[in-house]
Design a protein around this ligand. Sequence first.
Ligand code: GLU
Length: 413
Amino acid sequence: MKSPIPRYLNLILDAVRETDGGEVADYIPALAKVDPARLGVAICTTTGRCYQVGDNAPFSLQSISKPFTYALALEESGFEAVSEIVGVEPSGDAFNELSLEADGRPMNPMINAGAIAVNQLINGSGSSVSDRIDKILGFFSALAGRPLTINKEIATSELDTADRNFALAHMLHSFGIVDDDPHDAVVTYVHQCAIEVTVSDLAVMAATLASGGIQPVTGARVIGPEAARIAQSVMTSAGMYDYAGRWMTKVGIPAKSGVSGGLMGTLPGRMGIATFSPKLDSTGTSVRGREAFAYMSRHMDLHLLQGNNYRVPGVRSIHEESDKTVITLQGYVNFTVAEEISSTLLREAPASSRVILDVSRVTGFNAIGRKIVKEQLRRIREEGAQVVLYDPENRITDMDYSDGTRMDEVDTL
Ligand code: GLU
């Protein structure tokens, strides 16, 4: 039996295939050689199941590399040090604009100025250009779960025409933001942009950010949750440059586009998404990629800020039996779910003097979810009931109540 998902992904490609318009980027001459008809899509869940249809040939990451290098810099140096050279505010400008904060820092790491500044942090301030590039390539390979390579022709071609990026680097050097030799800063940046991936690679790289830094296929922790979260935060506000507001309103998926025609999106806790189609609109975003994301958001209900993503009933059932009340919980218990459990238990107070809380169907608790559920139980106990826990998978982990007493457990229901 086959999965229906690839067929569904093909429907998405069919829906956008005829969308016309846009131009292949030619300001980097080597990019202009691509076949404009290429079209591919891939998704990878944070549980590591990946699907791909259409074109799966390699393309250079270009600006899609920026959130990943930013995440690496955060991992190596921490948010405070990185913030000294680049901000986290949307610029509302094009990718190659020199948008600076009042103190001279680039507005964010998604515009070229910010990405060039971030580069110098990789592998420590004394690093050679080649060690820095190796570090970035190794990190991107760990994200993809296979060894990636740099397209040297594209890197050289971009360097030949990189006047604007050299100008940005020199300007940042004059502000004291870029400490490195400005030429070196651009060389590293251009090589990072020329790393090649397929849509399959890109979806799993995105899923690694979406899962808080764990590569969902290899299971390796590639970066910490904070770096993954901050990189996605900046993608949300600035990943689509001067289109960011319209993108969040319409599509609602944190995303990063690149002038090669790639587009990557992350849905935290859910999946990574990647499309490839080389013709670009005036903001430098793939025309058909943009349409495919809009289609997926609409038809798959993917908008990040859509309320029903988070509506999970935490109480599966409350059974009144002759001598006991069995309360069965389910799903992942975070604050929202715990609040719902707590208010259900207040509304439907257990009738029996023996209460069993069955958490065998709970997939996990976060700290605040656990705290609230335990506190609610302690209060039920305070009202005079005997409260016991059925937790065969050891989900609660911490059995102490806030008053120092311990939860009682049963082995069977
Ligand atoms: N390497 C490209 C540049 O700096 C990246 C631009 C982009 O993909 O938006 O011009």
